[in-house]
Design a protein around this ligand. Structure first.
Ligand code: MOS
Length: 751
């Protein structure tokens, strides 16, 4: 069930011991485009039934009746799971076991908490029968008025979510700083609800065998999923096998197992047969998380020299009526600009919505577009070029902690991207540029930042009798290329060429690789791999250097180099021995070793660790129709060591496109009367298509960081969206002279 990947590369590019840094294409990419990749929903175990969720069309109230008999009469329907007919759970799905456990709707009652919530599950011999059965349930409701929007109720100070910061952070005297300012920018920005919309919907194929459970399901965190399911069903985590070789995107929505996935497991238990459950696109707007709407007020004080005197960033956020996830948008102001006083605060409002959840750069993305817009406004108030203003207020140490940065090549990012873009020719005032068609042209800049986060992960390495190697780790490839990048690190760690390595991943039977989130997967699992490889090489070196029959005898552990499947004496590279010979002489079938990766608390307490970047955007606006087009984007990013430049470039393209989407396209619209989402489909939930995406340029700036981790990796998954959204928004202002503070910016805002 585990997916094995053996990578080979063009022999022309083969260089011993330097797989890291090579621009390899994704090997799993070939499997995907040729249809050989088996996604969760592609599995069809014998005897499998289909489950379809019936969802609520009200946002608040109770289900008073369901016509279960009508559904059951439909040919092919096997059973209907309802609050009164379902397997018993060992744990209350509303219990809060740990900061990452969010409440789930598992038919625990007739209560409806949001539109699109599951109210029943129909299980049938065919997908069509299950779908029809769900339609025949004809639910009746007792409806209550839905609470919708940022002003739906009283705000409260939310508790810390996961590993996040407290809701309020104060450094220095912000009111005094604002009072001393000669210019005050006071602006309020609104960002909309956004939904992850991974191309692959949440899906599960669940098979019970006694108290053992096998699930095929896309996951960004298989061990987390095992723990949660183990608790809910009262079985040991080791009884649960999660298979997740491929994901068609996750963006945070697959970080934690969701309610609908658990409903699939419950359905399989109820009917004692394998069950497949796949969400429809519209059903992904509710139970699998989203980015909540925010309203952010920024007050920025500056003095006569254009220096910041204070930043006050306050964010009001939507959360659900029954749980406490909040989007830490104001945290964006912690890191970037050197204000002597900074205050960030969050308040949450309970709304009849599915609980929001981590969505690509949660907090950083929403906070970035507001902060970067406000900084642009403050720069203009001071009569300064927005890049010059950012450089004047460049943070040499992290403003909220006073810690030095472990590395920070943001100045180089600004310089390189500005040069490539041609920023020096930008007029200070807005509405000064037109193209040959009379369209208004504007240029904007935004600063990108994302913390260098590590979780906890493990790996196991083996060198076999034939001298070839295996690296095993339960890592997750959402499409970002984790397999390829991690295989590159694996090969280097074992001193092998890529075609001598088998990389095994994507299954919970392998060592727990933690979570693919927080842009920390490559750093975390890379470190684990690095350490596992080193452990094996140390064993081989010990075998060789302590055996007088080896050409390496007496070299000592520190005195060998591993590459191309051989150990070499460091002081005399003419003397070497292959792994296969070392094992044969020792009479061993293999040597293995394990390693783990995690953040170093000592380094973390000493240094602030962040990736940085600078994004420049050009937009053109039709002065009559208001149509806005992004026409150029240039981003330069410094994110520590780059494992695979091609994959990193693609990640950054993706992030920058999402930034563009944030500024100009994406918005989920909730009907204020019903609490239902009006555009829960990919036709009306706008994301950029190819025609919307301008020519883009990504520059990666070299950055050597000796503190973040042994490999110097900071992560590139989420930083691309930050900075980019603000750059596009600022370009729209520069083109039109109209400052739009509600996103996405629409045609009617600029005519
Ligand atoms: Mo993410 S939102 O860390 O997948």
């Amino acid at each position: 069930m585990t997916l094995e990947i053996s990578l080979t590369r063009d022999p022309a590019h083969l260089r011993h011991g330097s797989n890291v840094g090579q621009s390899l294409t994704r090997t799993d990419g070939i499997l995907k485009v040729t249809g050989k990749a088996r996604y969760a929903a592609d599995n069809h175990p014998p005897g499998m039934l289909y489950a379809v969720i019936a969802t609520s069309c009200i946002a608040r109230g109770r289900v008073t009746s369901l016509d279960v008999a009508a559904a059951k009469r439909h040919p092919g329907v096997v059973d209907v799971m309802t609050p009164s007919h379902k397997p018993e759970l060992a744990e209350d799905p509303d219990a809060k076991g740990n900061p990452f456990a969010f409440r789930m709707e598992l038919l625990q009652s007739d209560e409806v908490r949001y539109a699109n919530q599951a109210i029943a599950v129909v299980i049938a011999e065919t997908l069509e029968a299950a779908t029809e059965g769900a339609a025949l349930l004809s639910p009746r409701y007792q409806v209550e008025i839905a609470r919708v929007g940022l002003d739906a109720g009283e705000a409260y100070a939310p508790p810390v979510v996961g590993i996040g910061n407290p809701a309020e952070v104060v450094v220095g005297d912000v009111e005094a700083g604002l009072a001393a300012a000669t210019k005050l920018t006071d602006a309020t920005y609104e960002t909309p609800a956004q939904y992850h919309n991974a191309m692959e919907p949440h899906a599960i194929v669940a098979v019970w065998d006694g108290d053992r459970l096998f699930i095929d399901t896309p996951s960004q965190g298989m061990a987390f999923a095992q723990m949660r399911v183990a608790g809910l069903f009262g079985i040991p985590p080791g009884n649960i096998h999660v298979n997740s070789p491929f994901l068609g995107g996750g963006f945070g929505s697959k970080g934690l197992i969701s309610g609908p996935q658990v409903l699939g497991i419950m359905a399989a238990k109820l009917v004692a047969r394998p069950v497949k459950l796949v969400l429809r696109r519209s059903q992904m707007y509710g139970p699998v998380g989203h980015r909540p709407p925010t309203r952010q007020r920024l007050r920025i004080g500056t003095d006569d020299a254009g220096m910041l005197t204070a930043i006050d960033h306050h964010a009001r956020i939507v959360t659900s009526s029954f749980d406490d996830f909040y989007e830490p948008a104001a945290d964006a102001s912690h890191t970037l600009y050197a204000a002597p006083a900074i205050h960030t605060a969050h308040e949450a409002v309970r709304v009849d919505t599915g609980t929001p959840l981590f969505m690509r750069a949660p907090g950083e993305a929403t906070g970035s577009i507001a902060l970067e817009s406000a900084i642009d406004e403050a720069a203009f108030a001071c009569g300064l070029d927005p890049l010059e203003f950012r450089l004047k207020n460049y943070a040499e140490v992290e403003p909220t902690t006073g810690k030095p940065f472990s590395s920070k090549a943001l100045r180089q990012c600004y310089a390189k991207a500005a040069e490539r873009f041609g920023w020096a020719r930008r007029p200070l005032r807005p509405k000064q540029m037109r193209d040959e068609n009379g369209f208004l042209v504007g240029w904007g800049v935004g600063t990108a930042t994302f913390p260098a986060i590590m979780f906890q992960g493990n790996a196991r390495a083996v060198i076999r009798a034939d001298g070839k190697g295996v690296m095993e780790t339960g890592a997750h490839d959402m499409g970002q290329g984790a397999w390829t990048a991690l295989a590159q690190i694996s090969a280097d760690s074992l001193g092998l060429d890529l075609d001598q390595l088998t990389f095994r991943s994507g299954s919970s039977d392998l060592p727990d690789a933690g979570i693919a989130g927080g842009s920390g997967h490559t750093a975390t699992v890379g470190a684990a791999i690095h350490n596992a490889g080193a452990a094996v090489i140390a064993k081989l070196a010990e075998l060789a250097t302590s055996d007088e029959r080896s050409p390496l005898f007496g070299a000592g552990n520190a005195g060998v180099i591993a590459r191309g499947g051989r150990l070499y004496r460091r002081d005399d590279e003419a003397r070497s021995e292959g792994y296969a010979e070392i094992l044969a002489r020792a009479g061993l079938a293999e040597v293995d070793g394990t390693g783990s990766g995690a953040a170093d608390p000592a380094a973390q307490s000493q240094y602030a660790m962040h990736a940085h970047g600078a994004v420049f955007a050009e937009v053109k606006v039709d002065p009559e129709l208001g149509q806005i087009r992004a026409t150029r984007m240039v981003g330069a990013f410094a994110a520590g060591r780059i494992i695979n430049p091609l994959l990193v470039q693609s990640q950054l393209y993706g992030g920058m496109i999402w930034g563009l989407s944030f500024a100009l396209h994406e918005e989920a619209v909730m009907d204020h009367r019903s609490g239902r989402i009006l555009n829960a489909n990919l036709a009306e939930y706008h994301v950029p298509v190819n025609a919307d995406v301008p020519p883009m340029d990504v520059i990666t700036v070299d950055e050597h960081d000796p503190h973040v981790n042994a490999l110097g990796i900071k992560g590139v998954g989420e930083i691309g969206i930050t900075g980019s959204a603000g750059a596009v928004a600022n370009a729209v202002w520069h083109a039109t002279g109209i400052r739009v503070r509600r996103f996405p910016i629409r045609i009617e805002d600029v005519v």
